[in-house]
Design a protein around this ligand. Structure first.
Ligand code: SF4
Length: 566
């Protein structure tokens, strides 16, 4: 039995993303206000005092694993810190112009009017990694403990299944499973309230949802994968402050997908492509979709003469309101992308993530005031969400992704009706139930595969890049002498059923060339090879695997991509 240090805290936040950083900072600020009001006699309540607050983060620094498009709606950060600009929030550029393009393989149609959900004038193009790094500094100044390189490995429960904290991963285990000279066991961080804000498909959130049934009565979560590069382009190719969203090429009409091109300062362009991880054809490769997107003449002309400087990919929890889990259980709250707070129609989740964190903080204050950390106290979080602008924003678009599961045209018609009626139309239209992406993938025998999908795609290493080259630009690093953090529960399925039924789609849906099927000279059959050190922590494999036998767990702390500036 491993001896583990137990560190008592009051509140532990798992993941240093926008939701948890905003939550922790808001918690500190609101406690101060609460206690001042009590001191002055303006509030009849118990003082809360100094809470021990910790944020654990698996990346080597705050922001290392943070990736987003990203245009930030400042509504939440303004509530958190009205003078965020004066305080030095590192926004990059104000959006000055919007455009929506429909692309055919050779032509571009510019929408005469930008659809209102895609209007971004006055909002901010940011590096979310930089914003989180800055918010992390603000948290530390406020006295919040941040522990980078501390991956949370499991949720801790008491005998009644109430969450009592988290365990961090062990360090110094070799690839053979034996302890190395630098072995250090993980610690148990005990907390009255634990907040899971791990981002899309959080590994602890997944454990918790299964154990205490947070998805009961909810529609399954659905995900998309955003693949992104940063480019430096020649002066004049694309204006800073310009925001373009695209629909059409290269996605087929059955597959949810679209591109973005954002102009940052210093002639840097953020370009990326989102592919729904609920695609039907197992031959789809989201990284190849993105590379193909860049070959469109109107996109390629923006990048002409430029150079790619950074690469990354991240899954997005895209289903919205109907796919949100129950947001609380005894001792625990779920915030941000872990809990499906993203607005799929606006392709925005930073503001809703931050606001969810702030509402979680206000709920936690109530819990400490009454010394009740059970569901009875924490359920107020869900009420606060439903009384906030998050509900006003997410409820009217609740059918958005579900409608797109029926194809692009159904999605667009539904979106138009929804927009004209503020979602009322969906009260009398058939409910668009979400189906989990892995259940939608067709088998080869169904004839759904388009083998020529990428026949014309060549990786010229100027405009288009293969996965291994791209991964180099993600600055990924893992200690290779550790067990793989990609647990494939039954590799026999990979070598037998999956070969025949899906042609091993992991080789295509992973944007980092982690999965390969290699011929074994002895058996003569293809066996799964996992290049785990390439992993950029996008969680796609955990989501998209049709047999659901891939379990992503945190590798040793500090390992993974370095998205500084992304
Ligand atoms: Fe993403 Fe999984 Fe590939 Fe890692 S192994 S990059 S989590 S798909």
């Amino acid at each position: 039995m491993t001896e583990r240090e137990q560190i008592p805290m009051d509140v532990v936040f798992v993941g240093a993303g926008p939701a948890n950083l905003a939550a922790a900072l808001h918690l500190k600020n609101e406690i101060k206000k609460h206690d001042e009001l009590v001191d002055k006699g303006f509030k009849q309540a118990k003082k809360i005092g100094d809470l021990e607050i910790a944020i654990v983060e698996k990346g080597s620094f705050v922001g290392a694993h943070i990736l987003s498009g990203a245009v930030m709606d400042p509504i939440a950060i303004r509530e958190l810190m009205p003078d965020f600009l004066a305080q030095g929030c590192p926004v990059d550029t104000v959006v000055t112009e919007d455009a929506a393009w429909y692309l055919t393989p050779t032509r571009r149609f510019v929408a005469p009017i930008t659809p209102p959900p895609l209007k971004n004038k006055g909002k901010y193009i940011v590096s979310l990694s930089k914003i989180c790094e800055w918010l992390g500094e603000k948290c530390e100044e406020a006295g919040i403990n941040i522990f980078p390189e501390f991956p949370a490995s499991e949720v801790l429960y008491d005998e009644n299944d109430a969450v009592i904290g988290i365990r961090t991963g062990d360090k110094g285990i070799g690839k053979d499973g034996e302890k190395k000279a630098n072995y250090e066991p993980g610690v148990d961080l005990l907390a009255k309230v634990t907040v899971l804000g791990e981002g899309s498909r959080g590994s602890l959130a997944k454990q918790l949802m299964a154990r205490v049934g947070l998805m009961e009565g909810k529609e399954p979560q659905v995900f998309s994968l955003g693949v992104k590069e940063l480019w430096e382009v020649p002066e004049g190719n694309f204006a800073a402050g310009m925001v373009v969203h695209t629909l059409g090429f290269p996605s087929d009409t059955k597959t949810y997908g679209g591109g973005w091109i954002y102009g940052l300062k210093n002639n840097v362009v953020s370009i990326g492509y989102v592919t729904g991880l609920d695609y039907v054809d197992p031959s789809i490769d989201p990284h190849a979709e993105f590379q193909k997107f860049k070959t469109h003449p109107k996109v390629a002309e923006i990048l002409a003469g430029g150079k790619m400087i950074k690469y990354g990919a991240k899954s997005i929890n895209a289903g919205g309101y109907y796919t949100m889990p129950k947001l609380y259980a005894d001792g625990v709250l779920l915030v941000g992308d872990s809990a499906s707070f993203l607005n799929g129609q606006r392709i925005k989740g930073i503001h809703t993530a931050m606001k969810s964190g702030m509402l979680a903080a206000e709920t936690i204050i109530g819990a400490f005031e009454h010394e009740d950390y059970s569901s009875t106290a924490l359920k107020h979080f869900e009420e606060k969400v439903n009384l906030s602008w998050i509900y006003d924003e997410l409820h009217p678009v609740r059918n958005f992704h579900g409608a797109f599961q029926k194809g692009r045209w159904s999605g667009l018609i539904n979106t138009g009706l929804q927009f004209m009626t503020r979602g009322l139309a969906w009260g009398f239209m058939p409910r668009e139930h979400h189906v989990a992406g892995h259940e939608r993938m067709a088998k080869l025998a169904d004839g759904a595969i388009d083998q020529n999908r990428y026949a014309d795609l060549k990786f010229d290493k100027e405009l288009t890049f293969d996965k291994v080259t791209d991964v180099f630009y993600g600055a990924v690093a893992h200690d290779e002498d550790q067990p793989s953090h990609l647990h494939v529960l039954d590799t026999e399925i990979c070598a037998t059923r999956c070969v025949e039924e899906y042609d091993n789609p992991c080789q295509r849906f992973c944007p980092a060339a982690v999965y390969e099927m290699e011929k074994d000279d002895l058996t003569g059959r293809k066996e799964l090879k996992i290049n785990f050190s390439n992993c950029i922590h996008c969680k796609t494999c955990d989501v998209a695997d049709p047999y659901q036998i891939i379990n992503w767990v945190s590798p040793e702390g500090g390992g993974g991509p370095n998205y500084k500036g992304m």
